[in-house]
Design a protein around this ligand. Structure first.
Ligand SMILES: NC(=O)C[C@H](N)C(=O)O
Length: 517
């Protein structure tokens, strides 16, 4: 039995475009907060249709995804890749190569699995926003928790990107122009530069109505990171170990060629000196090892961007989106490992939490390193609009849940967000440390905790026991979406969310088992 057109018009969360209801009968509506806006902020109306290959595919009547598979991989890759890559060599120095590889693999696999759970949950309830999954699972507290975690994590990430612009861009300009370091030229002032970059590059991109348009800039951003990686690999074979610090050639002969035993202080970091100074460690545990997990978790956060990218995918099947995610994660996993490995094998225990700084200690005017800095600056600058996108959505969902798309609101939120981030970076750079702590808490929430608990709540325990194989593998509630429409109609009329029992009900009815309905 095929669902009728009027049934198809019912939103997956039980809302009809027609407030009266198309069914010609009084329709119970879900609470106002269960409504959700589409990607453009307009009220959404979605259909679940079979694709040519019979897979489930979501089609939104008011919005049809146009972004190609490749562009979506670029966008998600760009969302994953950010300042996180600069901390990985330091993480490897504090874990050793093998332990790092193990942790990196574990986090990448968990990240992919949790995207699977997000996609699964979003498929089951037909929702395409992270916060709305929280809403579906826990009501307003769930929506707020997800919205706040997304906002904090992404504002923290954007601040760290703009902080790189503020601290690195003046040095790059100064080196290229061979200007005096103490000159007070306006174009060597990081604060002005960060405002200019925000206004001239980031804001116009952040005003795009859809994420898909950013595919080209994301591709360019990723190629900048490929250049960064190539330079890190090349430098490994160029820089000797132990290396001479630039300052040692000019001033107080502060060589890092440490021969004595004991502690060496370097930019506030204590390094253990040992005889194996230039030998890689396979496993290493010290007081800094604890930072590895937050660094890795931060590096793999892209989950707030997954559902918006899914929405805009041209052929939006769950399998396709999972493929987009797996490819992005696999490519980033490889780049992360290589950047960490070669960064570590260049400096060993002397690598700093921010890899680029360590190169500057050898020669701040090295042309290749200056170009690498420009590349990283470009990459992180082009990542800001992607990361801003879900924050604006989260704010819209939290503050204006019932409002449809409005250009003024769209622009105003972007301008306000960028202004706040600029002010944080200019006036309160120390607050970045606090954001580090927030990042360390909201990143694990967004990657591991929320997808799992939302999924567990969305597929109820009574229908699918916690330890059942389908639930653990994320296979619960698999429905073919043409049936899903019917299912939603039934769930909507009963004013409740859809459960696995409904799937059984409809499936039985569809294959003609007596008494199913
Ligand atoms: N998108 C984010 O929240 C952070 C990103 N994964 C990074 O490494 O910078």
């Amino acid at each position: 039995m095929e669902p009728t057109q009027s049934e198809m018009n019912i939103l997956s969360n039980g809302k009809s475009h027609d407030p009266e209801g198309d069914l010609g009968m009084p329709m119970k509506t879900l609470p106002e907060e269960d409504q959700f806006d589409d990607n453009d902020g307009g009220r959404e109306n979605e259909e679940f249709l079979p694709s040519a290959d019979g897979e489930k595919q979501i089609r939104f009547k008011d919005f049809e995804g146009k972004t190609s598979f490749g562009m979506s991989v670029f966008n998600l890759g760009n969302a994953i890749m950010g300042s996180g890559i600069l901390g990985l060599a330091y993480a490897m120095a504090n874990t050793g190569i093998l332990l790092f590889l193990f942790l990196l693999t574990a986090i990448a696999a968990l990240s992919s699995y949790s995207i699977h759970l997000l996609l699964k949950s979003s498929g089951i309830v037909g929702i395409r926003a992270y916060e709305e999954l929280g809403n579906r699972a826990f009501g307003i507290p769930g929506k707020m928790a997800a919205g706040i975690a997304i906002t904090l994590q992404n504002i923290g990430a954007m601040s760290s990107y703009l902080y790189i612009v503020k601290s690195e861009l003046p040095l790059v300009i100064q080196a290229f122009l061979k200007a005096e370091s103490d000159s007070d030229l306006w174009y060597l002032n990081g604060n002005y530069l960060v405002i200019m970059v925000s206004a001239s590059i980031i804001l116009p991109l952040a005003l795009m109505k859809q994420l898909g348009y950013l595919g080209y800039t994301s591709g360019f951003s990723l190629s900048c990171m490929v250049f960064f990686l190539s330079a890190v690999i090349y430098k490994k074979f160029q820089i000797p170990c132990p290396f001479d610090e630039y300052a040692s050639n000019t001033t107080a002969h502060l060589s890092l060629n440490v021969s004595s035993h004991g502690h060496e202080y370097n930019n506030g970091l204590v390094h253990e000196d040992d005889d194996s100074h230039c030998a890689p460690r396979m496993i290493n545990i010290n007081s800094q090892t604890a930072y590895t997990l937050p660094i890795l978790a931060f590096a793999f956060v892209c989950h707030p961007e997954v559902l918006p990218i899914y929405t805009e995918l041209r052929n939006p099947t769950q399998k396709n989106m999972q493929r987009v995610s797996n490819i992005s994660i696999l490519v980033m996993y490889t780049m992360y490992f290589l950047a960490a490995l070669f960064g570590y094998l260049t400096f060993y225990g002397n690598v700093e939490p921010e890899l680029l700084h360590t190169y500057s200690r050898i020669d701040p005017f090295d042309t290749l390193i200056l170009c690498v800095r420009v590349a990283v600056l470009t990459a992180v600058t082009l990542t800001v609009p992607i990361v801003l996108f879900p924050v604006r959505r989260a704010i819209q969902h939290m503050v204006f849940p019932t409002k449809s798309f409005n250009w003024l609101r769209h622009i105003a939120i972007a301008v306000i967000l960028l202004t706040i981030i600029n002010m944080l970076v200019i006036f309160a750079p120390n607050i970045l440390g606090i954001f580090g702590i927030i990042g360390a808490t909201s990143a694990p929430c967004l990657i591991f905790i929320f997808p799992a608990v939302f999924y567990i709540r969305i597929v109820p325990k009574e229908d699918e026991p916690m330890n059942s194989v389908p639930k653990i593998l994320g296979e619960s509630g698999d429905v073919d979406f043409p049936r899903g429409d019917k299912l939603w109609t039934k769930a909507a009329l009963e004013n409740r969310s859809c459960s696995v029992a409904d799937v059984g009900w409809y499936y039985a009815e569809a294959i003609g088992i007596d008494g199913a309905s």
